[in-house]
Design a protein around this ligand. Structure first.
Ligand code: HEM
Length: 401
């Protein structure tokens, strides 16, 4: 028997379908994987991925966090917080954190609950698509409302967000449609920031316009309209697609582990634990790419300076060295020792984690009422073909009586 050659291709159908077997081989056989096809490196073991997320001076974000942009090796002139290094990142994170406070997120609960109820009450229990009819709809609606996008423009914002993230199998670069969507959405949020600066409302864009930090240099203490536009445009992708994938994937995960659904039915106080376990198990954000700033020697391999390096948190979160029985969904798992990397780690760790947890907990609670017993047509489930984000595009569900 010959052992198949180890090939990790983040634009292949094999990857989009969930590359967990491949990850296991990478952790074992090539913990510092090199792709000849694309000329990148990839880290897959929990300890290596966590360490790399923390080491921002070696693994830079400023040239992008997806392969297409990182391999250009250029620092773009206008960029959002997620593609900044310190000190710029510290400055912007300081300002946006003033607006993204735990209290501000908690205040979104009634609005988030209303939207989740609204979308769930519209679906047909006899047959619906958990993603297309539910989980793809409410997160972007909640973010758009939070930012202050008027109702008439919310559908357009959602379509642009879809377009800018979409990739076909084998497609690395953004398509023209995707590129236009980035331009349009940035333009849109720029105009909205300008309007809110002139006439503030009770929304997050207005608060971002006003937010200020103390500085001991000559940089401005506030964000410009362009910086706000880049931040708002990022939230659609970072905050909507991820929650959509987490909840869509939850349907499949609980169909595979029905005892866990039953446990939740018995004890709803376990919902926050279930959300954490789903985050680990699904890892909606499978990886982020970095740019190596210097030569790195690891496990006998040298990663030269100036290369894209994939930090495969989807693999780290299934590493049995960190999580015993890593392929089992276990909502009672002891998480006190090892944090999951689903929200990243270090300076870029997810700014919207509290909002993601809030929305996901509400959604799970409602689904427990709506579909106490259900079945998923696993043969008709399809997966998205995106960069960074992985998960289901279609999850056909039937509620059982
Ligand atoms: C299940 C849901 C989510 C997952 C799995 C997730 C995952 C992540 C990960 C892995 C990162 C780190 C990226 C890196 O290091 O390059 C990140 C950063 C970020 N996320 Fe999330 N996210 C989720 C939801 C949200 C939500 C709801 C929002 C906001 C509305 C949000 C906003 C952000 C922002 C702004 C950053 C950049 C932070 C920085 O660069 O300092 N995310 N997220």
């Amino acid at each position: 028997m010959t052992i198949a050659e180890l090939e990790f291709d983040p634009f292949s159908q094999e990857f989009f379908d969930g590359a967990y077997d491949l990850y296991a081989r990478m952790r074992e056989e090539a913990p510092v994987y090199y792709s000849e096809k694309y000329d990148f490196y990839a880290l897959s073991r929990y300890t290596d991925v966590a360490a790399a997320y923390r080491d921002f001076s070696t693994y830079s974000s400023a040239r992008g966090i997806d392969l297409a942009t990182v391999r250009r090796g250029e620092v773009p002139p206008h960029r959002s917080i997620i593609v900044m290094d310190p000190p710029e990142h510290r400055h912007v994170r300081g300002i946006v954190s003033k607006v993204f406070t735990p209290r501000a997120i908690a205040e979104l609960r009634p609005m988030a609950s209303d939207q989740i109820d609204r979308f769930l009450s519209a679906v047909d229990p006899a047959g619906f698509d958990l993603v297309q009819d539910f989980s793809a709809l409410f997160p972007i609606e909640i973010i758009s409302r939070m930012l202050g996008v008027p109702e008439a423009e919310r559908t357009q914002v959602r379509l642009w967000t879809d377009e800018l993230l979409h990739r076909e199998v084998g497609q690395i670069e953004m398509s023209e449609v995707g590129f236009n969507a980035v331009v349009e959405i940035s333009r849109y949020y720029y105009a909205l920031a300008k309007a809110r600066r002139a006439d503030p409302q009770d929304d997050m864009i207005s608060r971002l316009v006003q937010a200020e930090i103390e500085r001991d240099d000559d940089q401005p203490p506030t964000l410009s309209n362009m910086e706000i536009a880049m931040f708002a445009a990022l939230l659609g992708g970072a905050g909507a697609e991820t929650v959509a994938k987490l909840i869509g994937g939850a349907g499949v995960a609980f169909a595979r582990f029905p005892d866990q659904w039953e446990k939740l039915q018995q004890d709803r106080s376990k919902i926050p634990d279930a959300v954490e376990e789903l985050l680990r198990y699904e890892s909606p954000n499978q990886y982020n790419v970095r740019y190596s700033m210097k030569d790195v020697r690891l496990h006998g391999v040298t990663i030269p300076a100036g290369k894209p390096v994939f930090l495969l948190l989807g693999s780290a979160n299934r590493d049995p060295e960190a999580f015993p029985d890593a392929h089992v969904l276990d909502i009672d798992r002891d998480r006190s020792q090892v944090p999951s990397l689903a929200f990243g780690y270090g300076i870029h760790s997810c700014l919207g984690a509290a909002l993601a947890r809030l929305e996901s907990s509400i959604a799970l609670n409602r689904l427990l009422d709506f579909m106490p017993r259900f079945e998923v047509d696993l043969d008709r489930c399809t997966r998205v073909t995106m960069q960074n984000v992985a998960g289901y595009n279609n999850v056909p569900v039937r509620v059982l009586r």
